[in-house]
Design a binder for this molecule. Structure first.
Ligand SMILES: Cc1cc2nc3c(=O)[nH]c(=O)nc-3n(C[C@H](O)[C@H](O)[C@H](O)COP(=O)(O)OP(=O)(O)OC[C@H]3O[C@@H](n4cnc5c(N)ncnc54)[C@H](O)[C@@H]3O)c2cc1C
Length: 393
């Protein structure tokens, strides 16, 4: 990917790659088997300054632009998508504070979150409401101390490790709100969720909140802004993270397949010499290159503050995650039995993990709806432009 990136981006990517190279492949596989990420892993990421890179330096961040953040995510994805998951959800809480927090809230929360002293998680999904986020039933009732939060959240990444949850719910008048809920609040309980297909070390949890009291100062973004502004802004960043993360995992699948196909011999020659294997490799390389361009384009638009950035991010997330699943499938095929065993290759883990990227941060059907709705307007405009061009106007 580096050939398209500026030298600053390359330098940053190298810094991240070197830090993540400290995690041994056997340890990464062991996180997956244990369905847990050791606390020292998140501590080391925090110490390396990787958990709040895009936040301004005044709040402990590093002012990294969206391309640098994307490349960071690609390195995480190439290492482990469970590891990417902590970066994603923690960054989504930071992004919500960056976009929707008051000056006081940013000063109160951002430094401890960017330093990794506290870890954040994003709690939107409920047992009965996933894609239809506006249906959520968690309630916030005003009380003398602030608000009482009651409800259930499910499939929450790193719930089992987070110090603070960004929880979405509704006020008594039905308006959607977001709030910061420390996980040591009385009335809150978290049940770890095990046995997942992928993202197994992402320490998912189901959360029950019974009259959890938070101060009014923990409400983020104001009345009515919960889903359409706070969650939407955080999910936009989450999608960029998943797009680049799947791209990183896709790169690993292609590289591993090329290496394996070059070494493994069947019928007297390396697999890579067989044309049917070359066919698969050609498709994998092409998908990777196209996804890379879409991801970088989306990040560049985001860095430039373009209004098209969110739409292009949805496109990049949709395309990259969909093709990454196909590429991982082909990688397993090229590895044969060795692609089916965690002891033999990491391909089987990428195959399982990448399927999840089609579901999270807005499922790919939700991305398709968004792309179609926005894209139709774009193409009506371009048809009109073409008509004018042909008419010589
Ligand atoms: C590993 C993992 C980690 C997660 N982490 C988090 C987290 O940290 N925080 C959080 O809040 N949530 C998290 N989730 C939940 C995730 O965001 C939801 O799974 C996702 O939003 C989809 O919701 P759902 O599973 O309820 O599916 P549903 O909404 O029930 O949808 C089921 C299927 O129907 C499709 N569908 C739904 N509506 C339509 C429609 N109108 N048109 C066409 N197709 C439709 C969907 O695309 C999907 O394929 C996580 C999930 C997983 C698996």
């Amino acid at each position: 990917m580096d050939k398209h990136a500026s030298s600053l981006h390359t330098e940053r990517r190298q810094e991240v790659a070197r830090i993540l190279a400290a995690f041994a492949p056997a340890d990464i596989a062991a996180w997956d088997q244990a369905e847990s990420l050791p606390a020292e892993v998140t501590r080391s990421l925090a110490q390396a300054g990787l958990l709040g890179t895009f936040i301004e330096s005044g709040h402990g961040g590093r002012n990294w632009d969206a391309v640098s953040f994307g490349l960071l995510c690609a390195e995480f994805g190439q290492t482990s998508l469970s590891l990417l998951s902590i970066l994603t959800v923690h960054s989504m809480v930071l992004e919500a504070l960056r976009l929707s927090g008051t000056t006081q809230q940013r000063a109160d929360w951002l430094p401890t979150l960017t330093s990794g002293e506290k870890l954040g998680a994003f709690a939107l999904t409920e047992p009965d409401f996933g894609s239809e986020a506006t249906g959520i039933q968690t309630t916030l009732v005003q009380c003398d101390e602030g608000y009482r939060v009651t409800g259930r959240k499910k499939w929450i990444s790193y719930a089992a490790r987070a110090d603070v949850l960004l929880v979405f719910g509704k006020l008594e008048d039905g308006s959607a709100v977001a709030c910061l809920l420390p996980t040591d609040t009385e009335g809150l309980s978290i049940t770890p969720m095990k046995g997942l297909l992928g993202f197994r070390a992402a320490m998912l949890g189901e959360i029950e909140m019974k009259d959890c009291v938070i101060p009014a100062a923990n409400l983020l973004g104001g009345k009515g802004a919960g889903i359409n502004y706070v969650a939407a802004g955080a999910l936009d960043l989450g999608r960029l993270a998943i797009a680049f993360g799947s791209l990183g995992a896709m790169e690993a699948c292609v590289a591993d397949s090329v290496t394996y196909a070059s070494k493994r011999k069947q019928f007297g020659q390396a697999l890579a010499k067989h044309q049917l294997i070359q066919h698969m490799l050609a498709d994998m390389i092409t998908a990777y290159k196209a996804a890379e361009r879409l991801c970088l384009h989306a990040a560049e638009l985001r860095s430039a503050g373009s209004p098209m950035a969110a739409m292009e991010t949805a496109t990049a997330k949709y395309f990259t995650s969909t093709h990454a699943v196909t590429v991982a499938n082909q990688a397993v095929q090229i590895h044969g039995a060795a692609g089916c065993s965690a002891g033999e290759s990491r391909t089987e883990r990428f195959y399982r993990d990448l399927k999840i990227t089609e579901i999270i941060e807005g499922s790919n059907q939700m991305q398709q709806l968004m792309i179609a709705q926005n894209g139709m307007g774009e193409f009506v405009q371009s048809a009109l432009r073409r008509k004018r061009l042909l008419a010589g106007k």
